[in-house]
Ligand binder design. Sequence first.
Ligand code: NAD
Ligand code: ZN
Length: 363
Amino acid sequence: MNALKTNISLVKNVSRYTIQENALSNFSYILDSLNISKDAYVLFFVDDYFKSNSLDIEVNREHSFVFIDTKIEPSTNGIDKILAELKEQSISPDAIVGVGGGATMDTAKAISNLYTNGGNAEDYQGWDLVKVPGVYKIAVPTILGTGAESTRTCVMTNYRTGLKLGMNSDHTVYDAIIYDNSLSKTVERNQYFWTGMDAYIHSFESLSGSYRNIIGDSFSEKSIDLCKKAFSSGDMMSDENRSLLMIGSYLGGCAIATSYVGIVHPLSAGLSVVFGTHHCVANCIVMRAMEEFYPDYYSEFWEFVVKNNITIPEGVCKDSDDQEFEKLYNASIIHEKPLTNALGKDFKSILTMEKVKQLFLKM
Ligand code: NAD
Ligand code: ZN
């Protein structure tokens, strides 16, 4: 049986969004506009970069902040721990705001679902397991590319099962996105590139697969167009290019909600599970081995790297032994849907153990 669904499901998108300069210093107005009650308790999850580089957040409702350490990507245990600590303090929010990158926005999504659905994070890893809507949630991206603000998942690693999988559910979709172009100014250049490329990679993987539909294709094509403009200009972090990437990220997230990724993401997940490499830099490392699968996007990607003078780690598997290659193979090949999308249902006859080892050796 084909592993891919051949119909477009009833897709849910984020229903409200706005683009505003200095949105956080005017957050009460935004909460008013979203009809969040004056009595509401607002819980902010904030990337811990902003702990020492404080944000000017103005909010005239009862609220508190949880700072998210992004050194390690979200895990099911980590999410359960944060929730337990919040409950210990008797915090019961009416609205949740995720201010940060994919890691922080995903943490906010997961906690929102758990508050109303009960249980543990791992209970909802999979498709359509979340039963009821989470706490009302608002995304405020501060780094752009993953599309976590617009997708229906929140990625978590489960160290017990070895599974890196999110709560894929309509209930995981944010209720509102607040875009403030000034927030991404301070991102370190390499990190900005690696994360930005996630939107480009999501989109070209969808466009290159066998599971296509006109809605997904349209999102992907426009996302690629915006990424190309932003990364070929030579000044990828100008005000204008950050605003192009902001929308490229949003559209890239919408694209994968109606389609599947391809070969890059499964191999990238292999690096994340075996070495703990963060998602976006792992994707860029995988691009070292992608010439035979995506020749045009491969060339363009490396032109962007040179143009923006970006560092992509190299030789990451040079000391790996057979046991480690087996782990890398297993953690990659498990992603049946994107690999079927890219290579057909017999993908394992193309991606043999030896072939996958050769690909990792190119990284
Ligand atoms: P991140 O959230 O891990 O942040 C990356 C780094 O940028 C961190 O060091 C952070 O402190 C820093 N940072 C963020 N904003 C900053 C700012 N304005 N100024 C200075 N530094 C800033 O990065 P990411 O690449 O956005 O997200 C990766 C995560 O997203 C992974 O956990 C991945 O699994 C997940 N992801 C989720 C989806 C989804 O659909 N939900 C899609 C792709 C990836
Ligand atoms: Zn991605």
